[in-house]
Every structure is written in C-alpha cells, then in structure tokens.
Design a protein around this ligand. Sequence first.
Ligand SMILES: [Zn+2]
Length: 170
Amino acid sequence: MGLGTGYEQQECFLARSLEVVGERWTLLILRDCFYGVRHFGDLLAHLDISRGVLTDRLDTLVTASVLERRPAGRGVEYLLTDAGRALWPIIHGLSKWGETYLAGDHPPRVFSHAQCGSDTDAAGRCPTCGLIPDVADLVVRPADGHHAARRDDPVAQSLRNPHRMLTPLP
Ligand SMILES: [Zn+2]
C-alpha cells in the first residue's frame, strides 16, 4: 500500500489537525475570516487564488465545522464557529514566529486591546491588563510607517484603518 497524499496513516492529532488546516491557503483564508471577511467574492479578491481552490478549502473548513456557511442576502456568508475561533492563538502565534525568525521587514500589522488601547505583545498579552484578550477584543491596524499599498481590493483598503477583529469587512 503506497503512501497517500494525506496524513491518514499518522495516528496523531497534529496530523489530523493538518488534514483540516494544513493545506496551502487555508490559514490565510482563516486569517481573513478573523479580520471579518465573510463573502466568497471578497476572499477571492483579497487572496488572488482560483475559485476552485477557494471553493475546495471552504468546503473542507465547513465540513470540519471550522466555518459555518449560512444564507445572507442573495448569497451566503462564512462565519467562524467556536472551533474556528479557537484557531486564533495558532494563527497569531505563527504570524509572530515569522516576524521573529523570518524577519527582514517590520510587521505589517499590530494588534491592540480594545478596552485599554495598549498594543499586545508577541504572546498576544496585553501588558496593561495582564491578560490575553479574546480575538473579538482586538483592534488591528497597519504598523507605523508601513503602507501596504501593494493591494487595492476592498478588504485591503479597509485594513488601512484600525479595524475591530471579527466585525464585518470590507
Ligand atoms: Zn488591556
């Protein structure tokens, strides 16, 4: 029996988690969901991926109950479930890991605690309040002096201003 492309033969929960979130683009799709992007077309425009890949990744995430697909207006919207929201520390941590070990430029975005305004540290902790705020209590903004002018889609434009995480975008 040959090895498949998946991790089915790995008896480990890390492998099982990677079956759901380990495919190319998936974590970037989820990052956008945390920003508050909810519609297929907005994800498509912001990520520059093919419709087929986006459809495939969203289907995987919905099947795994990481995202919920529900009717909205004339279309559908995608919302993070509790299981999806539980991925925030991983996405944040992976992003901070890149800042530390793959750095070259300063970070494009910083997060602050909405209740007190302090920037959170690399571990996601608010130094003023001494706690790790829920993602819904974070405000994301471009880092000082960093102008992410490369993209011009509606999501990228909205993210040029401070934005409360999980609130609808654009
Ligand atoms: Zn605080």
